[in-house]
Design a protein around this ligand. Structure first.
Ligand code: HEC
Length: 222
């Protein structure tokens, strides 16, 4: 019988005496390689791509949702310039959200990210990315964190060394329920940060893309 412990107690990996920075490097290595490859792929694709938002991919927000707090600058920056197998990308090549039908419908990844967030992250970061006394509001953090920074923190964890309160963001690098849905989580929180999604459970969603099915199977099965 494994004794129950409070959720905010860091998993064993963080409690080791090793400095956190070393740890995150070790955990990051396989991911860094993958990321580097992904980055190269993105650059190659983007050399030929138009960087302008595609009007056909424009977001259609719900003007009546007072919980959404739209941020025009971020909405412009995060606007999709292309879609590939149901996954949307912004001009920087990072995955992004796509909200349509007056805010009633979201892309698959935003929907999936909403579910994953509320399975793995909300206990500390609060429902809908609103934050708690223990952990920061990710709807604010994602206003400035890049995709790479986000992945780095989620995989390797984070500990505020100057804080006397010892608050720890656990490393999720070996948790497939998180790593296999990294883009989903990022896209959902980015939509919250830009105010494209409010504090409501997404209603309709785009169909689950074949690419998502394939990636999920490979990631969870490997
Ligand atoms: C056990 C509690 C806990 C869980 C569960 C947790 N976090 Fe955290 N997280 C924290 C704490 C505490 C911090 C602040 C750490 C610091 O600043 O040193 C943090 C920080 C972060 C940051 C950096 C925010 C910033 O402003 O710098 C990101 C991004 C993040 N968490 C994402 C996630 C995601 C995504 C999940 C779910 C997969 C998650 N966290 C689950 C406790 C948690």
């Amino acid at each position: 019988m494994v004794p129950l412990r409070p959720v905010w107690q860091a998993p064993k990996v963080v409690r080791e005496k090793r400095p956190l920075r070393d740890l995150s490097k070790a955990v990051m290595r396989p991911f860094a390689a993958g990321l580097a490859l992904a980055a190269i792929g993105m650059v190659a694709v983007h050399a030929e791509d138009a960087k302008k938002p595609d009007p056909a991919l424009a977001n259609q927000l719900n003007p009546n949702d007072k919980t959404a707090e739209p941020d025009e600058k971020l909405l412009a920056k995060d606007a999709a310039v292309k879609v590939e197998d149901g996954k949307y990308f912004d001009a920087a090549g990072a995955p992004t959200f796509h909200v349509t039908d007056n805010g009633k419908k979201v892309d698959w990844y935003s929907y999936s990210g909403y579910r994953r967030y509320h399975a793995e992250c909300h206990v500390c970061h609060g429902p809908d990315g609103m934050g708690s006394t223990y952990a920061p509001a990710l709807k604010d953090s994602l206003k400035y964190l890049s995709y790479e920074e986000f992945v780095g923190i989620v995989v390797g964890g984070k500990q505020d060394v100057n804080s006397s309160t010892q608050k720890v963001m656990p490393a999720f690098g070996d948790n497939k329920n998180v790593t296999c849905y990294m883009d989903d989580l990022y896209v959902y929180l980015k939509a919250r940060a830009a105010g494209a999604m409010g504090r409501v459970r997404p209603g309709e969603k785009e169909d689950k893309p074949e690419a998502a099915r394939k990636q999920e199977k490979e990631c969870l099965g490997g």
